[in-house]
Design a protein around this ligand. Structure first.
Ligand code: PLP
Length: 402
């Protein structure tokens, strides 16, 4: 344990298990620990560092806005908030936006909006259907929305008004629908569950069902939005348009920001219905505007698609060598390997020794979500380091072919 890890053990609430690494600084795809060791970062702040660490445009936006105006409250109009609103509305299927501070808060806002919609248009319907194994955040209501009993049990009684059904199963949504239902809330790809991608027709059929029943479709694009899958938003790859969409993570490229957006018919809030002290503040909005502008006007989406394919090919080649890799899945810069055994922690440790940072959302799954500016050479380097790590794990655990 180094000094910082001792301080954490003594002073910090023990809410999660950290990896044994203290990161001091970053640039692009690289980070350095407190002893000056360099790592290739395929965690990317948990799918947050869209432009890599300390990208010049982000630093410039922070510096310039920091000197200009940081916070005024939503009592007044501020310029970066409205520039961000314009660029996101004009480049999506949505009509309006509300900017907040995190993904959980964005989903809370979306559910409040859906409940108001239910009150106005569906005789007071309030229930939201969500998926098992989803992840929508850590606030109490999002603990109910997040269909993971392990996250729910210790906080009972948790807010009611959510029904969790199996992901990928349209019939389950149909069966769970009643006169109390106002919306269906889904991730286009379940990120925290280990990059679970639904069948081709799933979202289209859910959309059809929502249209038929007069329900709102809310897509949680906190992880899939802002270019991560190779299009600005994930829904663009699934042939559906949501009524409400939530964003966070990659939107800020590292600063805490979230947003929910809605089509005009669903944007039923009136003055006084919702609010936030920091939501839409000039500092984080100036950074988010720089991030979105860079993703839209640069070559980033193309880069995500091309290098996403390169990564998938690289991982596929490893699968041929390591039979305990049972599946490679995902799109763009959100990919995962599923193993036949619970070796993810061992693979993580071996990668760390090879100076590659990866994420382990499940004991048998590792996930890759590098910054979207990743280069071909960096993809190849990650695959090489991973191969060395897998060879080590295979040898240590007797998992070699034959
Ligand atoms: N929704 C999805 C799909 C997520 O992946 C996450 C975080 O991992 C959240 C919501 C919660 O976001 P935050 O941690 O910013 O509250």
């Amino acid at each position: 344990m180094n000094k910082w890890q001792e301080l954490e053990a003594r002073y910090y609430m023990q809410t999660g298990r950290r990896s044994p690494l203290t990161i001091e600084r970053g640039e692009g795809l690289r980070v350095w620990d407190d002893e000056g060791n360099e790592y290739l970062d395929f965690v990317g702040g948990w799918a947050v560092d869209t432009l890599g660490h300390c990208h010049p445009r982000i630093v410039k936006a922070l510096e310039e806005q920091g000197r200009t105006l940081i916070q005024t409250s939503n009592q007044f109009y501020t310029i970066p908030q409205l520039q961000l609103a314009e660029v996101l509305v004009e480049n999506s299927c949505m009509s309006r936006i509300y900017v907040c501070n995190s993904g959980a808060e964005a989903n809370e806002g979306a559910v409040k909006l859906a409940r108001k919609y239910g009150r106005v248009h569906r005789n007071g319907a309030y229930e939201v259907i969500t998926a098992l194994n989803s992840f929508h955040g850590r606030t109490l209501a999002m603990v109910s929305a997040t269909g993971q009993p392990a996250h729910q049990d210790i906080y009972q009684p948790i807010p009611t008004g959510f029904v969790n059904v199996p992901y990928g199963d349209v019939e389950a949504i149909m069966e769970a629908t009643s006169e109390k239902t106002c919306a269906v809330l889904l991730e286009p790809i379940q990120g925290e569950a280990g990059v679970v991608t639904p069948g081709e027709e799933y979202l289209r059929r859910v959309r059809e069902w929502c249209d038929k029943q007069g329900l709102l479709l809310i897509l949680d694009e906190v992880q899939t939005g802002i270019g991560r899958l190779g299009t600005l938003f994930g829904y663009q790859q699934f042939g559906v348009e949501p009524d409400i969409m939530t964003l966070a993570k990659g939107l800020g490229g590292g600063v805490p920001i979230g947003a929910f957006m809605a089509k005009e018919e669903a944007a039923v809030f009136e003055p006084g219905d919702h609010g936030s002290t920091y939501g839409g503040n000039p500092l984080t909005c100036a950074v988010a505007f720089a991030v979105v502008d860079e993703v839209i006007s640069g070559h980033i989406l193309n880069n995500v698609r091309q290098n996403g394919e390169r990564l998938m090919k690289g991982l596929g080649a490893l699968q041929a060598k390591f039979p305990f890799m049972t599946e490679v899945r995902g799109r763009g810069m959100l990919q995962a390997i599923v193993f036949s055994e619970d070796v993810a922690p061992d693979v993580f440790t071996a990668c760390l020794a090879n100076r590659l940072l990866i994420n382990t959302p499940r004991p048998n799954i590792v996930r890759f979500m590098p910054p979207l500016v990743v280069t071909e050479a960096e993809v190849d380097e990650a695959v090489e380091k991973l191969e060395a790590a897998l060879a080590q794990v295979a040898q240590d655990m007797g998992l070699l072919k034959g």
